[in-house]
Design a protein around this ligand. Structure first.
Ligand code: G1P
Length: 283
């Protein structure tokens, strides 16, 4: 199973980061000197992905501009010999073949993924949620692709989370196949405590087969009146094989203030220039 395509849904309203996201796409909020979405695109590229579809909506043009060249800025940086800035400004456009499509209505994550149907065609593909920035030795999407190839199955990234988090995310019914890899039998989106299967929840990464598109087309609105990807996965895991990978990586939920600050501080501590200063500052 060769996975060369990825879909990054980026059409959310960013309500948890208002008022900043009133006029800036939440995906463009910087963690140190790079917008959050660049970390996601880099993870996809480092996992072997070549073609990326970013699903946007009205008011998100800044994302498109960011992954384009900026001739005037580049020329001025070159003239003033600011070559490292020049390189960093050019880099995003060269990361991959990046396409954009608008999700014209905010009808949920399942609907967003369904919008990618013609981009994906008849191939397996990865989905990376923009809020979840993952840091691990092996990119999480690569960990999922490896498991999907090994088991000839769809794969979802999962971790054991607190009771509160299960209610905010989803809950998987699973059985261990090998250390850190599980067969998925069922999944429920944002369950009340009495309906949860386990404390394993899917966290932001998926490798799916194109069968998901027909399923999503016939999936009625679920939690919050939206078409939920999780509801589609619930059908997919019953009609074909799906594995959950308890991935090795630290996850930062940058869609809320605390997760965003955590990522900013931890990335700052590792940064060659900012790190030493930040350590002194905290003292
Ligand atoms: C989404 C998914 C949910 C998943 C979560 C974390 O929820 O619907 O299944 O567990 O992301 O990646 P959201 O955070 O958009 O409410």
């Amino acid at each position: 199973m060769k996975v060369k395509k990825a879909v990054i849904p980026a059409a959310g309203l960013g309500t948890r980061m208002l008022p900043a996201t009133k006029s800036i796409p939440k995906e463009m909020l910087p963690i140190l000197d790079k917008p959050a979405i660049q970390y996601i695109v880099e993870e996809a590229v480092n996992s072997g992905i070549e073609d990326i579809l970013i699903l946007t909506n009205r008011g998100k043009n800044a994302i498109e501009d960011y992954f384009d060249f900026a001739p005037e800025l580049e020329e001025s940086l070159l003239k003033s010999n600011k070559t490292s800035f020049y390189d960093s400004v050019r880099a995003p456009a060269g990361l991959a073949n990046i396409l954009f499509q608008r999700q014209k209505e905010t009808k949920g994550l399942g609907h967003a993924v369904w919008c990618a149907k013609s981009f994906v065609g008849n191939e397996p593909f990865a989905v990376l949620l923009g809020d979840d920035i993952m840091v691990g030795d092996v990119p999480v999407t690569k960990q999922l692709i490896d498991a999907a190839e090994k088991y000839k199955a769809a794969a979802v990234g999962a971790q054991w989370v607190s009771d509160d988090a299960v209610e905010k995310y989803c809950s998987l019914k699973i059985e261990e196949l090998e250390k850190k890899v599980f067969k998925v039998f069922d999944v429920i989106e944002k369950p009340p405590p009495e309906k949860k299967f386990s404390n394993y929840a899917i966290l932001g990464r998926y490798v799916l087969t194109p069968d998901i598109f027909d399923i999503l087309e016939n999936t009625p609105p679920g939690h919050g009146g939206e078409i939920q990807l999780t509801d589609g996965l619930c059908t997919l895991c019953k009609q074909s094989d799906m594995v959950a990978v308890d991935f090795d990586a630290k996850r930062y939920d940058t869609g809320n203030l605390v997760g965003f600050m955590e990522a900013t501080i931890e990335f700052g501590l590792k940064h060659p220039e900012v790190g030493p200063w930040l350590r002194e500052y905290f003292k």
